[in-house]
Design a protein around this ligand. Structure first.
Ligand code: UDP
Length: 254
């Protein structure tokens, strides 16, 4: 078989040329990095779980009418996606203070925010993804004001939907990061949700115990990292419990 052309290699994923024009194959690695690459490691089985979790969440988000880049899962570690022009922003939605906002504003981790807050970070490894405002984004044409309006409304819709979806399986959605891309279709261009949504890009805490079920276990050396990713998949009903054909759907918590 001809070797596929590698389009881009990131920290946790590789993008290959897809089988048809306008498509790409997104491959999920077990590699994990934190603190702008200063901490590196592997989380066994993470790629397989993130491929499944992201497939599930993107599909559900698609069902509420928010367009995504996701087409279909191909195998354990790969999914077929639409090729988009990535907007160079990490769009972070926060419901509860944690991580960088706690540090920057001196808020105790776990403080519920007065309302959901959206932040933008400019995607640049050299600059370590600096926090930017709408002014920077529009002045430097990273996105137009119209695109930003659409990003805000899509991000808030996704947040409301995911908060409910996770709460139903006993998980609090503390914060998460989204990326958006421009999908070109003849003369038409529209924004779609891109990249991934997984425990790598979300903070997920158990509702009852506040146990962290996300990449903070790796960042902060809390142990049981693969187990946390498995637990998220299990609660979402996408890990077989009794055997490979035992897919039950989301496990609603009492
Ligand atoms: N996040 C991410 N990629 C990044 C930075 C942050 O997916 O490069 C996610 C992170 O997992 C968390 C949210 O965005 O769910 C907010 O992260 P924060 O700004 O608190 O930064 P961190 O503390 O992770 O450095």
């Amino acid at each position: 078989m001809a070797r596929r052309r590698r389009i881009y290699e990131g920290k946790a994923k590789v993008l290959f040329e897809g089988p048809e024009p306008g498509t790409l194959v997104q491959y999920f690695k077990d590699d994990a990095t934190a603190f702008n690459n200063r901490k590196r490691g592997t989380i066994t089985g993470k790629g397989v779980l993130n491929n499944r979790i992201s497939e599930y969440l993107m599909t559900r988000i698609g069902e509420i009418g928010v367009p995504t880049h996701f087409l279909r899962r191909l195998n354990m570690r790969e999914q077929l996606i639409k090729e988009v022009e990535i907007i160079p922003l990490e769009v972070v939605v926060r419901n509860v203070a944690a991580g960088s906002i706690s540090k920057r504003l001196g808020l105790a981790e776990g403080t519920t925010l007065p309302r959901s807050i959206i932040e933008y970070y400019y995607k640049s490894d050299e600059l370590e993804d600096p926090l930017v405002t709408e002014e920077h984004i529009t002045a430097f044409s990273w996105a137009t004001p119209q695109e930003l309006d659409e990003i805000v409304s899509m991000a808030l819709r996704i947040n409301d939907f995911l908060c409910g979806l996770f709460f139903g399986v006993g998980i609090r959605l503390i914060d998460f990061k989204l990326e958006f891309g421009r999908l070109y279709n003849d003369d038409d261009v529209r924004l779609v949700l891109a990249d991934e949504i997984s425990p790598d890009s979300c903070r997920l805490w158990d509702v009852k115990t506040n146990e962290k079920l996300d990449k903070d276990r790796f960042r902060r050396d809390l142990g049981k990292v693969p187990e946390a990713y498995q637990e998220v998949a299990r609660r979402l009903g996408i890990l077989p419990e009794a055997g490979p054909t035992d897919f039950k759907g989301p496990k609603v918590m009492q």
